[in-house]
Ligand binder design. Structure first.
Ligand SMILES: Cc1cc2nc3c(=O)[nH]c(=O)nc-3n(C[C@H](O)[C@H](O)[C@H](O)COP(=O)(O)OP(=O)(O)OC[C@H]3O[C@@H](n4cnc5c(N)ncnc54)[C@H](O)[C@@H]3O)c2cc1C
Length: 394
């Protein structure tokens, strides 16, 4: 029989890794989080957190810590990007909070990350090691060891690979898995809300759909800044979250768009891009006492805004599974993987489909707009129950 859990190693101190360390500490399980960065840089931009994520953040004691930095939008307004016509409204704010028992929030990724880090640092069972970039993995049935290229190493009884989209742990657990560039690019910028006019000053998430491109904007930093994300079906492959984007190449994707949406693109400066990748669902996420979570296990395209939420859900599910089977991490991880696979695959599939719907052209675009405009706003939240109403984990 395997030995009970001693120390769980977590590769990556991003959203999922820190959530997992907090969730495991609630069951009395010790973790060491190994993060390659020094945590000093504030990278990334806006993130949306549906009630499926905020419900779990509340249970982890993190929701209060993001309250000041987060914004609760009143609704999603969906527009046709060419005509500027509003097609649909999905209520959020108090209505969504009442429907789902948790709020829908928008915030800067750095603020969510800082809150998770602050909560994790207060926990005696969580050790955090920055500047530890894992380059080597070894495991037998009872022990896992990881090391840096410089020769530092550390041992634990199991390992959770939460090292993001370009995961080194995934290469070790599923060496044949290949990220594939979709051909699309997301560009993001932050604007001060001072002086923003019309719809851009409204307390909403704006979603503008157009042929081969779409635009999303929402308030972050407690409402002081507007996060803008422009997605185009073109661009070249670039690794990382913080590459500078060429504004002219970006604006070329919006040439025939209405005046309002183009004016927003003109106002935003300092565009950063990230290339969009997809990964076929992995045959397995776990190998003995090692497993994956979040983007390392199942990266999602950003069109349902669920990347961070799925990582948080994984963290909570993994902790419950390991707590219920402390003597056997391999079995616990298989249980976790089985529990999570169906949902994460569904979210990956629906996100891809939404991206396709957002970018329709010609008559298909008109048919989509017609269907959206006919939808009954009063049942909009019911249609999202499968996504935001997930309660098996709370
Ligand atoms: C810097 C950054 C900026 C981002 N910006 C946005 C954004 O603006 N909008 C958005 O929607 N999503 C953004 N994302 C992605 C989003 O945060 C993730 O999709 C989501 O949170 C899933 O969480 P995760 O824990 O799986 O991965 P992440 O939150 O990406 O965390 C992975 C962590 O692992 C660390 N890591 C990677 N390799 C190693 C290694 N070999 N050894 C040790 N540590 C390692 C990384 O430094 C990172 O901290 C960003 C991610 C990062 C890392």
């Amino acid at each position: 029989m395997a030995k009970p859990q001693r120390r769980v190693l977590i590769a990556g101190g991003g959203i999922g890794g820190l959530s997992a360390s907090i969730a495991l500490a609630r069951y009395g399980i010790e973790t060491t989080v190994l993060e390659r960065s020094s945590f000093a840089e504030e990278t990334g931009a806006g993130i949306q957190l549906g009630p499926n994520a905020t419900r779990l953040l509340r249970a982890l004691g993190v929701l209060d810590a993001i309250e000041q930095a987060a914004f609760e939008p009143e609704a999603v307004w969906v527009f046709d990007g060419l005509s500027g016509r509003r097609l649909a409204i999905v209520p959020l704010g108090p209505e969504a909070e009442e429907h789902y028992g948790a709020p829908y929030l928008t915030l800067h990724r750095a603020d969510l990350h800082a809150a998770l880090l602050a909560v994790a640092r207060q926990l005696a069972l969580v050790e955090i090691r920055p500047n530890f970039e894992i380059a080597r993995f070894e495991a037998d049935e009872e022990t896992v060891a990881v090391g840096t290229a410089g020769g530092s190493s550390i041992e634990g009884s199991s390992l959770v690979g939460a090292d993001g989209l370009w995961s080194a742990a995934r290469k070790w657990i599923a060496p044949d898995a290949r990220l594939r560039f979709t051909g699309g690019t997301a560009c993001r910028a932050l604007l001060s809300v001072n002086g923003l006019q019309g719809v851009f000053g409204e307390p909403i998430v704006g979603l503008w759909l157009g042929p081969g491109s779409h635009l999303v904007h929402y308030p972050v930093r407690g409402g002081k800044a507007l996060n803008v994300v422009a997605v185009i079906d073109s661009g070249s492959e670039t690794q990382g979250w913080n590459q500078a984007a060429d504004p002219d190449a970006l604006r070329a994707g919006f040439t025939h768009w209405c005046k309002d949406s183009k004016s927003l693109l003109e106002q935003a400066e300092g565009w950063r891009l990230w290339s969009l990748y997809r990964l076929r669902p992995l045959g397995h996420w776990s190998r003995g006492p090692t497993t994956l979570l979040g983007d390392a296990a199942h990266p999602v395209l950003p069109f349902l805004a669920q990347g961070a939420a799925l990582a948080i859900e994984d963290a909570v599910a993994l902790a419950a599974s390991l707590a219920a089977n402390r003597d056997n991490a391999a079995e616990a991880f298989l249980g976790y993987e089985t529990l999570r696979r169906r949902r994460t695959t569904r979210v990956q599939r629906v996100s891809r489909r939404f991206g396709w719907l957002y970018h329709l052209r010609g008559p298909a675009r008109l048919a989509r707009n017609f269907a959206l405009a006919r939808r009954d706003a009063t049942t909009a939240l019911d249609r999202l129950d499968w996504l935001y109403g997930e309660r098996t984990l709370s």
